[in-house]
Design a protein around this ligand. Structure first.
Ligand code: GRF
Length: 194
């Protein structure tokens, strides 16, 4: 049986697009059944609409506390009965109010290797640190820890002498798309037990 994916994205949605394309080509045995964004104008929602995927804008209400937002988010996501919830550039830290509804089902992409540069601007920080390499990881999100759940896959990305931040960013995004597709295709084929 083919899997059901709900993707949460706050921004451009290039990872969402990579997953939509891989589902369409059969590389991932699943469908993206909904894309949800906390940013109503996110390009990610346009990618979803263009692909005929339910595109749901769920902005935080004024004064709304995190647990209340996460309750609404969990209700919205649950309506789509996901096998996997994919955080693809989702810029809000999720509380257990949400995560407790989807145990062992939430995965996140982080543009750094395990234990390195948790939080925002990881690519910039690796570039500024003048490292020889950085990388990408996909991990489970069991709790409120930031970018530190059990690792499902990693890719190393070289930082070449003379690289600009833009070049590195492009190489990283390419690596993210590949790793996300490979990981989801394994998860949906149940080759990996979460
Ligand atoms: C990616 O670099 C992801 O790792 C990070 O946010 C970015 C999202 O890119 N958490 P996109 O919206 O999928 O293009």
């Amino acid at each position: 049986m083919s899997g059901r994916l709900v993707v949460l994205a706050s921004g451009n949605g290039t990872n969402l697009q990579a997953v939509i394309d891989a589902c369409a080509s059969g590389t991932i045995d699943a469908s993206v059944v909904a894309a949800v964004s906390d940013q109503p104008t996110a390009t990610a929602l346009e990618h979803a609409r263009a692909a005929g995927v339910a595109a749901i804008a769920l902005p935080r209400r004024e004064g709304e506390v995190r647990v209340d937002y996460d309750t609404r988010l969990a209700d919205t996501v649950a309506q789509h009965r996901p096998d996997w919830v994919v955080l693809a550039g989702w810029m809000r830290i999720l509380t257990m109010k949400f995560l407790g509804c989807f145990p062992d089902q939430v995965i996140n992409i982080h543009p750094a290797l395990p234990g390195e540069f948790p939080g925002t601007n990881a690519i910039e920080r690796a570039f500024d640190a003048a490292r020889a390499h950085t990388g990408v990881m996909i991990h489970l999100v069991p709790d409120e820890g930031v970018d530190n759940g059990p690792v499902l896959g990693t890719t190393t990305v070289l930082i070449n002498p003379g690289d600009s931040l833009e070049l590195l960013r492009e190489r990283m995004h390419h690596a993210e798309h590949e790793l996300l597709v490979t990981t989801l295709s394994r998860l949906c084929a149940q080759e990996v037990t979460a």
